[in-house]
Write a protein that binds this ligand. Structure first.
Ligand code: FA5
Length: 347
């Protein structure tokens, strides 16, 4: 061993290296390794203490106290680091494995049908009880069924009221159907009178505000037989409203125009949001339009080879969202499609 000054420098260097090794340790074994090298039983500082006997009494005091101080400091940093590494490991381990049996369970909230599906099912059930069967058709429809066979000639302005997505294809022009009325044609092509059908489904238009959605649902109705009159239509729709909304909800028939019915009507129900006094939803009119209807135009019978001298019929197409809004007092149609669970779970 050299002079005490040289040994002091050596102790200082070992202390600094020891501290750095402890600070760099990432786990218990790194810590033990540092301890072994610098201040464990056979560590460099302990070796210095072992060789202290060869120094003078004065030197022994200085070196002894410096080496002991360095070793004590390293010991205490070692203990701190060991405790903190063990704590980190415990948190990591328990975060994954610990089972706290006192925690409340996570239950699966049972789902249920969307309010529009519920309303649709209820409408279908009412018409089934009234003797109607259910028909379907494609959402992507031929222009022929959506417009032409319903007596909308090409370029007819009535097409503008039902603007939609058009797809040109080799199979002829296709549209996302704008109403469920094409199912009238598809049904009459397949069936001879008497016909009593409803046709529920999604429809698509370039529309969007608090009472209009770009995708919405309709239920179409069609009855064709001998001697069917407008009185049958009025009676059926009045009964439908009584069964759906309960007695005493006023209905209003307004003259209207559809290319495929003559005469045509739009049917309104008194606004249930404001009770008829006028509000944002009914645009201050006190009434909400729920459906279009009319007597099947003889020109439509021409497309499906029914004899208009022999048969007559009525048809209607109702908006399912409007009916759901009225039943539940909902003032904005967009709520149905935002998928906010707080809204949907109320039904
Ligand atoms: C029609 O769609 C006709 N096909 C109805 C019809 C059928 C008439 C059979 C005669 C014979 P209209 O465009 O008015 O008509 O729509 C019918 C109903 O759908 C409306 O009364 C309304 O309740 C609903 N509706 C229309 N556009 C929207 C929309 N963008 N969002 C939500 N509901 C709508």
């Amino acid at each position: 061993m050299g002079t005490s000054a040289g040994t002091s420098d050596q102790i200082e260097r070992l202390r600094a290296e020891g501290l750095a090794a402890l600070a760099a340790s990432r786990n218990e074994s790194d810590l033990l390794d540092a301890k072994g090298r610098f201040f464990g039983k056979k560590g460099a500082i302990s070796e210095i203490l072992k060789g202290i006997g060869s120094l003078s009494v004065e030197e022994r005091k200085v070196v002894g106290s410096e080496a002991n101080r360095a070793r004590a400091e390293l010991e205490s940093v070692f203990e701190e680091r060991l405790a903190s590494i063990r704590e980190q490991e415990r948190v990591a381990r328990e975060g994954l494995d610990r089972l706290d049996v006192t925690l409340p369970g996570r239950c699966q909230v049972p789902g249920h049908r969307h309010p529009i599906s519920q309303t649709m099912a209820d409408i279908i059930s009412v018409f089934r009880r009234l003797g109607f069967s259910v028909q379907g058709g494609p959402d992507v429809e031929k222009d022929y069924y959506n417009f032409e066979a319903l007596n909308f000639p090409p370029e007819h302005p009535a097409r503008d009221m039902q603007d939609t997505f058009y797809v040109e294809s080799d199979a002829g022009d296709l549209v996302l159907r704008t109403h469920t009325s094409p199912i009238q044609i598809r049904t009459m092509e397949r069936m001879r009178p008497p016909v009593r059908i409803i046709a529920p489904g999604a429809v698509y238009r370039s529309d969007s505000d608090i009472t209009h959605s770009p995708m919405f649902h309709q239920v179409e109705g069609l009855a064709v037989d001998r001697n069917i009159t407008m009185a049958d239509l009025k009676g059926l729709l009045t009964e439908f409203c009584r069964m759906t909304f309960g007695p005493g909800k006023p209905l209003r028939f307004r003259p209207s125009f559809f290319p495929f019915t003559e005469p045509s009507a739009e049917v309104d129900i008194q606004c249930v949001i404001c009770g008829g006094g006028g509000c944002r939803v009914c645009k201050n009119s006190g009434w909400l339009e729920i459906l279009g209807a009319g007597m099947v135009d003889p020109a439509v019978f021409g497309f499906v080879d029914y004899d208009p001298e022999e048969f007559s019929g009525f048809a209607f197409g109702m908006g399912v969202e409007r009916i759901a809004m009225l039943r539940h007092g909902i003032s904005d149609i967009r709520l149905f499609f935002e998928n906010d669970i707080r809204f949907l779970s109320q039904f």
